[in-house]
Structure formats: structure tokens, C-alpha cells
Design a protein around this ligand. Structure first.
Ligand SMILES: [Zn+2]
Length: 125
């Protein structure tokens, strides 16, 4: 919590930014931002913070970012850019796991940092 959610360590491996090369991770995949020309448009987060999509990133080391790109983002991009039939073909052949992991990753990145901001504190248990 202290290092990743509240701090600036890599959200995947927990490495400190002064211990590795960081290139940060777009919360919404960069290829989607390019395809729909969103880099200069604004997104309003659940805590009412407005950010440009292009600067909506979370801390991530280059090693983790590269691995996630190779294992998750590139395969998903290649399927989605080919259209609906390719999505169906992939799911029929391989199941839904790749899509589930991709969506879970976006969900995690979206909510990792905003839940602890003063405007939207976590619920007390
Ligand atoms: Zn990392």
C-alpha cells in the first residue's frame, strides 16, 4: 500500500523508481489513445480529477511494461484491430482468459491510485 498505491513504485513488481528504469504505463492502452485520437482529450476520474488521456499513467518499470506489452497488450491489440470475427475466433480457440486478464489489468490500473485520494477516501471497515 505505502510503496505502490500511495507511493511511486512499480505497480507490478514494486521496484523503487531509483532502482530501475521506469517508462510508466498508460492506464488506457496507448494504441487505443492513438486509434481514437485521445491523447489531448480529457478524462474525468471517479474522484473528479481531470487528466489528459495521454498523461493518465501509473508508475511502471520498463521491464514489467515490456513484459505486459508482449504477453497481454500486443496479442489483444492484434486481435481487436482485426475486428469482431477475429475476437470470436480467438475465444472459440483459446477461451476468454486473455481478454479477462486485459480487462482486469485496465480495471486495476484505473482504480489503483484514485481510491485513496482525499476526495474519495476508502470505506472504513
Ligand atoms: Zn516492475
Amino acid at each position: 500500500m505505502k510503496d505502490i498505491v500511495e507511493g511511486s513504485c512499480c505497480f507490478v513488481c514494486g521496484a523503487s523508481p531509483d532502482s530501475k528504469v521506469f517508462n510508466d504505463e498508460h492506464v488506457l492502452p496507448n494504441w487505443i489513445l492513438k486509434k481514437y485520437e485521445l491523447h489531448d482529450k480529457y478524462i474525468t476520474l471517479t474522484n473528479q480529477t481531470k487528466l489528459k488521456y495521454g498523461s493518465y499513467v501509473i508508475p511502471c518499470c520498463k521491464d514489467c511494461n515490456t513484459d505486459m506489452g508482449r504477453m497481454i497488450e500486443e496479442p489483444i491489440r492484434n486481435i481487436l484491430l482485426k475486428g469482431y470475427d477475429e475476437v470470436v475466433k480467438h475465444i472459440e480457440k483459446n477461451g476468454i482468459m486473455l481478454f479477462y486478464v486485459w480487462m482486469a489489468l485496465i480495471f486495476t490500473k484505473t482504480h489503483l491510485k484514485v481510491t485513496l485520494t482525499p476526495k474519495n477516501p476508502p470505506a472504513k471497515s
